[in-house]
Ligand binder design. Structure first.
Ligand code: HEC
Length: 149
């Protein structure tokens, strides 16, 4: 498994690059409604978990714990996504806002949670500060992996 993902690293970087291009287009599309001038490239973004690389997981871990980026998921969800005081555990198989798939988690991170189901506080999009597409995918990959062992 580990050996596999190392071998896949260059492919993973290519995928992350494609997603960087694609994610920006998607964000723009959401903001501009049906303005399709700057069309999203016709690249299928892969949410196949086998495309997650070790490097991506390490990046996602750092983002989650506030070592990279302007916000910390840990501050609400707890270290490792366990025992958060202000937000649900991310290591169990109970999902309140998606089906818990890589893609579902990725979406929740971007939208945040304005109508929490169990906690009283909300989650701002990206936890508070925007993440670029590669970092967005990395932190989603991290959450996917800690919850799908
Ligand atoms: C300000 C506190 C806060 C921060 C920071 C925060 N979250 Fe959340 N998060 C929440 C709350 C509150 C919920 C929804 C709880 C509810 O529905 O009762 C939530 C829900 C989620 C969910 C959905 C869980 C489910 O059961 O479907 C995911 C995934 C998630 N957060 C990931 C992240 C990630 C990744 C980060 C960092 C980029 C982050 N969160 C930062 C408060 C936070």
């Amino acid at each position: 498994m580990m050996r596999m993902s190392r071998m896949l690293l260059p492919a993973g970087i290519a995928v992350a690059t494609l997603i960087a291009a694609c994610g920006g287009g998607e964000a723009a599309k959401e903001q501009e409604g049906d303005d399709k001038d700057d069309a999203t490239p016709a690249v299928a973004v892969s949410f196949d978990p086998s495309t997650i690389t070790d490097a991506e997981l390490a990046l996602g871990d750092s983002i989650f714990h506030g070592l990279i980026g302007a916000t910390s998921c840990q501050s609400c969800h707890g270290a490792g996504g366990v025992n958060g005081a202000a937000a649900p555990s991310l290591v169990d198989d109970k999902w309140l806002h998606s089906d818990g798939s890589f893609e579902g988690i990725h979406k929740t991170i971007a939208s945040g949670v304005m109508t929490p189901k169990e906690f009283s506080g909300v989650m701002p999009p990206f936890g508070g500060a925007p993440l670029d597409a590669a970092k967005h995918r990395a932190v989603a990959a991290y959450v996917y992996k800690i919850s799908h062992k």
